[in-house]
Each structure stands twice: as structure tokens, then as C-alpha cells.
Design a protein around this ligand. Structure first.
Ligand code: CA
Length: 227
């Protein structure tokens, strides 16, 4: 799942981003209202965490534009303790919840989970599925042909990325950037190592392989019979 955090205070932003990444979420960070709005409108997010007091463009203005654009991602507002008026305006503009600063990370996480549960009831499915291999982003469980597969956090993120891009060849660099959020130099084989971990769990039957190597490029998830 990909979250957008729009927050100009470096410390708060860093603390939210790190916490969410430890939970296995992918986080994009925008540091002002204009950047936040650009991100929100150009990519699809599962959740937006939006500070109200932002440079360049106020958080409530960003919220208004995001909601007018029909963006479905739930929005959690971050507000200052004494800004009741902002909170009310925010909720009227379509924000789904708010948190008053300072807050404990656990509190944010609880709000997020509540919204995701609510969302999943509405959207009906949070399951990514390809050829009997599925990943439930709500319960964070993987299974193949109905059998549960235990995954570590990184294996989960990697499989999620592959399943979001079925039948698309993904370079090692692209995988590293999206799953590890950093580029690796070409000497690093961390992607290959994790692909192997994943294969040992997901592709036990060699005749039904779904994760394929594209020599010299990277990997693709596709049907076993397609060459
Ligand atoms: Ca701020």
C-alpha cells in the first residue's frame, strides 16, 4: 500500500515515514502544499496524511482540490491543538479523520487501520490476485492455490510490487527503488536474494512458476506457459 504524507516539519514527517515503512507501507513525502497536491493528483494512494499548516499552499486548500478531483484515498488531517475551526472545516471538506499534534505513532496507526477497514468494506476487496497467487493487503497474508504462505515484511513488499505489475518486466533498479526506496549500484544483488527467498515460498512447483527471470534485465510475474 502506498501512502502520501504531506508535512513540512522535518521531524514529524520523518517520524511518520519511518514508522509507516516499518509497518510495511510505501511512503511518499511531500514537504509543502503545492508538492503535496501534485503528488496526490498524479499518483494513486491508499491514504493521505495531510498537515493543515503548510508552506506555499494551505492543507485545507489541498484537501479541497483533492476531494473535488474525486480522489478516493481517505485523508487524515494533522492539526494544531487549538484549531477547532480548521478541524471542522476539514471534516466538512471531506477529511475522514484528524489527529491533533503532538500524537503518538500508535494513535496514527490505529486511525489508519480503522480507515482501511472501513475502506475495505466499501471497496469490497483489498486482494491482489494473479493465477491463484494472492495477497491480501488488509490482513497482509499471502496464499497460493488456497494455501497460506508466510512472508517477511520485505518479501511481502516485493510480492506486492510484482503483483501490482503483472506481466510487466521490472528491472532490478525499478524493484529496488519501489521496494527498498533507494537505488542500488549494479553490484548489489539484494533484489536477486529476495527474489530467491520469494521463489522458495511461492514457486515451489517448478512446472507452475510465476516469477520469471528476464536475463540481463530483471523479473516479471506471468503465467507459467508464457515464454
Ligand atoms: Ca506544518
Amino acid at each position: 500500500m502506498r501512502f502520501l504524507v504531506i508535512e513540512d516539519e522535518r521531524k514529524v514527517a520523518g517520524f511518520i515515514k519511518r514508522g509507516l515503512e516499518q509497518e510495511g507501507y510505501t511512503v511518499d513525502l511531500a514537504v509543502d502544499g503545492i508538492e503535496g497536491e501534485e503528488f496526490a493528483l498524479s499518483r494513486s494512494y491508499d491514504m493521505i496524511i495531510l498537515d493543515i499548516m503548510l508552506p506555499k499552499k494551505d492543507g485545507l486548500e489541498v484537501l479541497k482540490i483533492v476531494k473535488e478531483d474525486g480522489i478516493k484515498a481517505p485523508v487524515i488531517l494533522l492539526t494544531a491543538r487549538d484549531s477547532v475551526e480548521d478541524r471542522v472545516r476539514g471534516l466538512n471538506l471531506g477529511a475522514d479523520d484528524y489527529l491533533t499534534k503532538p500524537f503518538a505513532f500508535e494513535e496514527l496507526l490505529a486511525r489508519i487501520r480503522a480507515l482501511l477497514r472501513r475502506g475495505s468494506a466499501k471497496v469490497a476487496s483489498s486482494v491482489l490476485e494473479y493465477e491463484g497467487l494472492s495477497l491480501d493487503s488488509m490482513t497482509r497474508k499471502a496464499s497460493r492455490a488456497g494455501k497460506d504462505i508466510e512472508l517477511t515484511l520485505k518479501e511481502y513488499s516485493l510480492l506486492e510490487y510484482l503483483l501490482r505489475n503483472p506481466e510487466r518486466v521490472l528491472s532490478r533498479t525499478l524493484i529496488a527503488e519501489n521496494v527498498w526506496h533507494q537505488g542500488f549500484d549494479s553490484e548489489t544483488n539484494v533484489v536477486d536474494v529476495y527474489i530467491n527467498h520469494l521463489r522458495n515460498k511461492v514457486d515451489k512447483d517448478p512446472t507452475k512458476k510465476l516469477i520469471h527471470t528476464v536475463r540481463g534485465v530483471g523479473y516479471v510475474i506471468k503465467k507459467p506457459d508464457e515464454k
